[in-house]
Design a protein around this ligand. Structure first.
Ligand SMILES: *Cc1c(COP(=O)(O)O)cnc(C)c1O
Length: 220
């Protein structure tokens, strides 16, 4: 069930800092998405390629579809024609594939690089060394992608100090790499913060939060 009150209060809260909201609708039905759409929400996030393709086919054209999940190279081609922003780009191989498919479509696709800030090994993302190598040696080859920001996920924990520390780390990297500019690289987005930690993320400089369960209820 969609929590309209929560939506409205979050929108209000985000307006004070100019933070944008990606409503994470994975596993949730079309009707729920339409409910928020009717209230003016246009940015929605999905984690699974097939689910995203199916939803895109039946929902209004002016929705900005964010892919926020772990993207497999062999599925890139399905979302390139319409995706608005790919959040979780976590390898050079994936960037190359996005570039290749975008070239085929004659488009330039906006991407965020996922940075590994959590302590959990299971989370995806570049580390600092890989990022530097990518920026200095590799990026210029990819003309059909545009890196517009960084994305990160904190450790799943109740320890708010730890979460804050991890978000702070992402903001620091963002500031450091912001000075680096190229035709396909100009940072303006820090995608961090979910239902459980978005307030901390905003305090630490997030410009885009990805919120699911607070809006749509718990997932199965
Ligand atoms: C599912 C998901 C979210 C939303 O999580 P909630 O805790 O339901 O707000 C945000 N970001 C990513 C990458 C996700 O996979």
């Amino acid at each position: 069930m969609v929590n309209i009150e929560a939506y409205q209060s979050i929108v209000k809260e985000l307006a004070t800092t100019g933070t944008s909201l990606v409503a994470v609708s994975k596993t949730k039905p079309i009707e729920d998405i339409m409910e928020l759409y009717e209230l003016g929400q246009r940015d929605f996030g999905e984690n699974y390629v097939q689910e995203l393709v199916d939803k895109k086919a039946v929902l209004p054209d002016d929705i900005n579809w964010h892919f926020i999940g772990h993207l497999q190279s062999n599925k890139v081609k399905q979302i390139i024609p319409f995706v608005y922003l790919i959040h979780g780009v976590d390898s050079y191989k994936l960037l190359e594939e996005i570039n290749k498919q975008s070239l085929k479509c004659g488009s330039v696709v906006d991407c965020l690089l996922q940075v590994h800030i959590a302590e959990e090994e299971t989370k995806f993302g570049f580390d600092e060394k890989e990022l530097t190598y990518l920026f200095e040696e590799k990026l210029f080859e990819l003309k059909n992608i545009r890196i517009i920001g960084l994305m990160g996920m904190s450790t799943l924990t109740d320890d708010t100090h730890k979460i804050r520390y991890e978000f702070e780390k992402l903001k620091r990297l963002y500031d450091r790499y912001s000075v680096f500019k190229a035709i396909n690289f100009k940072l303006s987005v820090i995608s961090m913060g979910m239902s459980g930690d978005y307030q901390i993320a905003i305090e630490e400089g997030s410009t885009m939060v990805r919120i699911g369960s607070l809006l749509f209820g718990k997932r199965d």
